[in-house]
Ligand binder design. Sequence first.
Ligand SMILES: NC(=O)c1ccc[n+]([C@@H]2O[C@H](COP(=O)([O-])OP(=O)(O)OC[C@H]3O[C@@H](n4cnc5c(N)ncnc54)[C@H](OP(=O)(O)O)[C@@H]3O)[C@@H](O)[C@H]2O)c1
Length: 317
Amino acid sequence: MTVLVTGAAGYLGNQTVKKLLALGRPVRALARRRAKAAERLGDVAEQIEIVEGDVTLPASLKPAMQNVSAVIHYVAIAMEKGGQTYEEVNYQGTVNVLQAAEAAGVKRFINMSQNGARADLPYRFLASKGRAQEVVASSNLAWTALRPSAIFGPQDEFFNSFARLLKVTPLVFPLIGGGRALFQPVSVYDVVEAVIRCLDDDSAVGKELTLGGPEVLTLGEIERRIIKAMNTWRLLLPVPVVCLRPPVMLMQALLPGSPVSTSLLDLLDLPNTVTDNALVNHFGMKPIPFSGEHIAYLKDNTLGDALAKFLRNATIN
Ligand SMILES: NC(=O)c1ccc[n+]([C@@H]2O[C@H](COP(=O)([O-])OP(=O)(O)OC[C@H]3O[C@@H](n4cnc5c(N)ncnc54)[C@H](OP(=O)(O)O)[C@@H]3O)[C@@H](O)[C@H]2O)c1
């Protein structure tokens, strides 16, 4: 039976569609614009069904749900732009997708949540993802939620943004907040593998599974590894987060594809680390490290790419 992937043309969606196809599973992709999704999905677009739908418009979701056995729900925004808000897309959008799935009799629902997401947090992004997951957990569907730390891999947004910023800042680079924030970067290949295994794993039903890489890294160490992967050199200058707010606000105001927002800066207060790593403890996998050949893709960023990305509306493919 068909698996519906929401946000199929996004970063995780794209990888998931390709892997599902490679496994011979029928895939339907939900995307806001068919042509844009087909362009991002490339060759595989011809092998799948792309259905247009917007998670903020409940009526648009009904056609996508017909004869679907499972939904993998990825749609979310990390930055509010283009008139879209966390509340409308991350929270209400998830409620809309869930209700459409329930109405269509879908059996399995995989919700891509976020490590640290919690409804009662003062951080609007994490709160929107937390509230969404609370609704998923209260549904009658056989649901599983996955909660990854920051995800790395070719075309990731977070780590490539550092690489692009490095391209436009010669000699000196800010050691953000003294580089103390903690992360447990997890590979996109491991996350997608876990998502797909969940489809046939009854023991994952009703569980929130946190996913992390094999190492807890400080932001400082991450910056050093990115610089090394790019075969370059920078003097890292510690800059308190509070001093970065004005330039980030300026970037947000001036750049259509700003790599960072003030609400994402706020998240550096919270450790993005995982205590019970389901990649190891539930799936028995050996997570891919954020090092060596696994982050060699970062050096593919060019100055032209960086400028193009910052100056036009950021798109992820
Ligand atoms: N990337 C990470 O490091 C990370 C870490 C932890 C959790 N996650 C979670 O993983 C999920 C996928 O992340 P990602 O990195 O793959 O994000 P992404 O690349 O930004 O993909 C999100 C997709 O959602 C679509 N979308 C946005 N608004 C929509 C709407 N109103 N209706 C329908 N589609 C809409 C976008 O399509 P358009 O082109 O039309 O905008 C895009 O294809 C998210 O839930 C995220 O919170 C990601």
